[in-house]
Design a protein around this ligand. Sequence first.
Ligand SMILES: [Mg+2]
Length: 369
Amino acid sequence: MSDLPAVERVDTAAFTVPTDAPEGDGTLSWDSTTLVLAAARCGDVTGLGYTYAPSATARVVDGLLAGVVTGAPALDVPRVNEAMHRAVRNAGLPGVAAQAIAAVDIALWDLKARLLDLPLVRLLGAAREEVPVYGSGGFTTYDDARQERQLRGWVEDEGIPRVKIKIAESWGRREDRDRRRVSRARTVIGDTADLYVDANGGYDAKQALRVGRALADEGVTWFEEPVSSDHLTLLGLIREQLALDVAAGEYGYTLPYFEHMLAAGAVDCLQADVTRCGGITTWLRAAALAQARGIDLSGHCAPHAHAHAAAAVPNLRHLEWFHDHVRVERLLFDGVLDPGGGSITPGADGAPGLGLTLAGERAQTYRVA
Ligand SMILES: [Mg+2]
């Protein structure tokens, strides 16, 4: 055992990137996005992981996790993941602590694959070569021209045949504008591309049913968080009443969260975010929970953190090609994937790990911690 590689150190950094235009959804708006990076080192090999979270998340890694991870066996990621979960007991797992664990867990998987000189998808074992993506953005803060430009970019320029826009503007108080924006989106993308919407929990249940019936008439097939994900019974009722798929799960920070959501019959497709739920280790387990119930999994945001794990999941529906994060990942990393034609092929170039390297000076411009 003693000659097996151990993690020698864990470092952190945080980068804040201004958005290219004001962004907002039904229940939140923002003008910058912070990525917290974790780097796990073993000899001259470095694994990278990250999460989208407040820069304080880096302090959680430094203060609560680095001591647990340093010296741990670099090839035994589930064991280190479990130790990290135990270390944050008193800090509270859901939220920042789970995101800190996620960043380190992803870094550890990247490190292991690099130590073995394999693309991560080869280490995990592929269930598929290609991972379908859907274009996601359509912020409520966009005017018609900007939304149209973005939708055409995905469907016509990149050939991505699935797109999602945000609705439930101002906590559902702009229902007329929501419906108009959905109609316009359908006109722009034509009849052949799939149209999804995300209400970010901005509607109440009756409103969600009313809007959902109108959405079905526009051929919308995906209704994400029609009401708050806290209300599993209401999600389940909406799911029963509407033909379109109800999706939720992006705020899952623990494995039991996903089990409760699935057991309540709340979703047609489970979403999980590898950068929130405790990393690739937990995300793959969430996929298995969903598979056991005949439910698909969709990866939420942070597309390059998901890509390789997604290719290892037989019941994967797709990954969210989220405008904000795609832009951040293209700015901060080299080795990003091409969604042309509507899918990515992680590991195709043979680069080890996630295939990402920090983009040197280009990334340093945005460093805040
Ligand atoms: Mg969402």
